[in-house]
Design a protein around this ligand. Sequence first.
Ligand code: SAM
Ligand code: DTB
Ligand code: SF4
Length: 324
Amino acid sequence: MTPTSRTETPPRTGVAEIETLLRRPLLDLVFEAAAVHREHHDAGAMQCSQLLSIKTGGCPEDCGYCSQSAHHSAPVAREPLLDVDEVVRSARRAKENGADRFCMGAAWREVREGPEFDRVCEMVRSVKELGLETCVTLGMLDEAQAARLKESGLDYYNHNLDTGRSHYDKVIGTRTYDDRLRTLRAVRDAGLNVCCGGILGLGETETARAELLAELANLDPAPESVPINALVKVEGTPLSAEDDLDWSELVRTVAAARILMPKAVLRLSAGRTAMTEEGQALCFLAGANSIFVGDELLTTPNPTPAGDAALLSKLGLRTIRDGG
Ligand code: SAM
Ligand code: DTB
Ligand code: SF4
């Protein structure tokens, strides 16, 4: 190979190509994804994050799936930004519960400079001091704000693209796809790890799902962490009457994501309470290697710690904290 034939930019994967991938016979797709997974990761290890809603409800955005939007009537009580002490107590419990990363979520449209942002930086610093990895999701931000979070000890910033571009405005009207991409660029430029994924079951077509995977895989560099959420239907939200997502659709998407982003940690995120153990096991085989642990996500339930411990034990999976 001549030096000039080398390229630094990875080849872009097209939407049509990804649709073909998603349509492959399910077991062939899982088999290939499992091989890719085992080439790049320890397939016996599970990364475990615990979530805490540090500011709940009353969000000015209108995301059609979300219990915390002020535009909807979900039964979620508004809570102001928590105190640092309360967050630290919760992070300590998460660590005792086996989590290796603590993720703090705020129902904000965007970060604004001021005492509340100062407090979030303090939360990050204090959680990091406990020896946990740190992640926050605070809505849109700019590079200076991302840099301040980095200085405070932040490891990951979560900001999801949620769905494909063609489906986006059917789900969210108060911000654009390009707003999301701008924040992701600021996060990347500040040297933070990017946690970015989406939600399945929003009434999206298979093409929109392929578009989402193409956007994620073509981010340069690809995200380090990719959450695949299944919609948690919350009464009072516009998407609460969507059809149930078939388990096989979730498995296909996880498998395709693993093939397209071999090095990323793939997170089987919201929606596990509606899944069987067998369905989850197939997702793990297809390359999902991260879960949320703890009784609650942000405002909705998660499988119990005892149930998760039993599942991991049945499958012979170790958590990172157990030396995975
Ligand atoms: N407000 C910030 C934002 O939207 O970026 C951070 C918090 S928001 C709750 C974080 C992510 O949670 C959303 O981007 C979405 O992907 C996911 N999410 C929210 N509600 C969900 C639901 N009902 N089911 C599945 N995922 C959900
Ligand atoms: C992500 O992708 N999933 C998490 C986290 N990032 C912040 C949020 C899931 C929320 C599920 C609905 C709820 O509990 O309100
Ligand atoms: Fe607000 Fe985030 Fe919920 Fe959208 S997903 S309504 S931005 S909390």
